[in-house]
Design a protein around this ligand. Sequence first.
Ligand code: ADP
Ligand code: ASP
Ligand code: MG
Length: 451
Amino acid sequence: MIVVKFGGTSVGDADAIDRAAAIVRERLPRQPMVVVSALGGATNALIAITQQASEGQLISAIRGVEALRDRHMEAAERLLKPGPGLHEVQAELGVTFDELAHLAEALSTLGHATARARDAIAAKGELLSSVLVVAAFRERGIPATWVDPTTVMITTDQFEKAEPRPDRIAEASQRLLRPLLAQGQVPVVGGYVGATDHGIVTTLGRGGSDYSASLFGAALGAEAIEIWTDVDGMLTADPRVVPSARLIDRIRFDEASELASFGAKVLHPSTISPAVRLGIPVWIFNSRKPQGTGTLITFEAPRRPVSAIAGKSGVTIVKVRSPRMLLQHGFLRSIFDIFDRHRTSVDVVATSEISVSVTIDDATHLDSLVVELSQLGDVSVERNRGIVALVGAGMGESSEAMAAALGALRELRVHMLSLSASAINLTMIVDGDQVSTAMGRLHHAFFPGDA
Ligand code: ADP
Ligand code: ASP
Ligand code: MG
């Protein structure tokens, strides 16, 4: 069997869903299971609805619900022939929109939304898209069966970034999905969404449908996982930032994973790990160009000094300076324990004799982190930084890549620099507003010959 995942733009409207159906139909002999995202932009809209409602802006929130209702109803009308089938789907969608309107009212009365409530609302996007996709697929001759993600994607109760429980997911997938596949059915399940053991709805964090796809792929021992998106595959940089970025035909698992962690949004950063464990190849394809060759992520890809460049802004540097303590046994552990307790993951680390600098993406717990870290030394915080990362499995084989990178960035201020011990990535911390410039210059240096 294979897992076929369609992202937000790949199910964004009736035409896109139509193209998705053609892609799945072609794959029927390979026993596909389909994972879908919400319609492009729907998750953002749902998050805005929650926020507006809980801040008392009920009218805006309800307008948001109605706009989403119109969009889904219109897609249903364009996808399905008039008749009882269409009515049934519209009634089903309508129930969810009525429920959303009630939830918005409840939140505006409460004046507050918990993470659990935010997840319950955000998860509706995938519920709506999957209902639409199943009906459209069936009308196009694909034996699609809707599967409730809360029955198979079992997670912890860390709302908004729940951790999957692979053993439970494997057990539920074998019990609920395998028989459908065996009967020639195509299970269609919303990505991003899960539930705790007690059935309370959770989400895997933004962009999490890719992760759902690879978790199901691992649970069912898939032959391949296909991620269908709005670009030709994994490129040498984000084409929105570097328009001359080129397609990478094959890339190694570890490189793809690093790129995703450092901002290549085309894959959720956790997608690779379930696939790599079983060696399941991951493909990335463009749903607008189904005949494209895409990118294959696998163990056997050429070793290049630099395969691609990634970047992200909104990074915070936290520096702890402690002349007395640094060389003392256990000091670094004390620092990382503090980050761990505050559930804040650290991306890049640089140390000197007297200071430790780390970067974090998520500054939600910054205030309490600083209070605790201050017990270990003088703490300073630099906000609005950005990371650019050069990723290549062969980077460590010579110092040329590092020299060329620093040369390319010579007029920019580099606040921190780190070469991983495995020498697969070189990360540089720059000013947040310089990330695009830095990526452009690095791309020009490492992938010359383009515009
Ligand atoms: P989907 O909704 O299909 O999951 P996303 O928007 O999450 O799509 O991811 C696709 C986007 O990722 C692309 O439109 C592109 O702008 C961005 N992206 C960032 N880095 C890369 C890269 N190295 N290669 C390809 N796309 C990238
Ligand atoms: N719909 C979710 C989001 O927008 C998950 C995804 O698209 O992967 O974050
Ligand atoms: Mg995505």
